[in-house]
Design a protein around this ligand. Sequence first.
Ligand code: ADP
Length: 217
Amino acid sequence: MAHFTVIGLGRFGVAASLELIHLGHTVTGVDCDPKIAEKYTEDFTEMVICDATDECALREMDLGNSEAVLIAIGEDMQASLLTTLALKNSGVNNIWVKASTKAHHTIVSKLGVSRIIHPEEEMGIRVAQSLNYPMVNNYLSIGHGLHVVEIPIQACLNEVTLNQLLGDISDNIEPLLVKRDQETFTQLSGDFVLQTNDILLLCGTRAELKYLAPRLV
Ligand code: ADP
């Protein structure tokens, strides 16, 4: 469990915060609009109403205990940049910034932050990947032409072993783990029996994973 601070509670900031809380972390929300802060007070671990471009106000918050600070100020690029500078001056190391435009990205990248996020582009890529592999929940490119995919096991694969599922490509696709309710199975052998609603993580090349796709539905 870690603590995070999210500055700017628009749709993006709130979605990120609520998911962090859902994952078991604690989150301090920061917004300059008291109405917004009030609206989400109950959902956050802590709520601070302040102008995040104000370095003195930031210093009053205990940002040292945050694993990372996410700047989720959307449209106001000037406020986002000044907040980034104020955080850097306050000694915060792990800063993530949502960038809404190319200019925003260019300037933030010069300020040296840990990660710049482009929600629209990143979501667009994810949607394209889901369209490409509709049977896949999640899709991660790990380099060397390899991908990790998360496959929800359908009823048609209940009681099927990994060997039966992978068949002729079992040498080329690596089953990494199976999640079943609260349990996780690793170091899977070929005779591991799948059950409906298992989540299977596989690693392989795009071509091999595509070849496997018709067997999954
Ligand atoms: P989204 O596109 O994710 O919905 P918005 O731009 O609508 O994002 O929301 C950004 C939030 O950031 C707003 O709630 C706004 O009040 C807040 N915000 C803007 N400037 C500052 C600032 N200087 N300090 C703190 N919060 C700010």
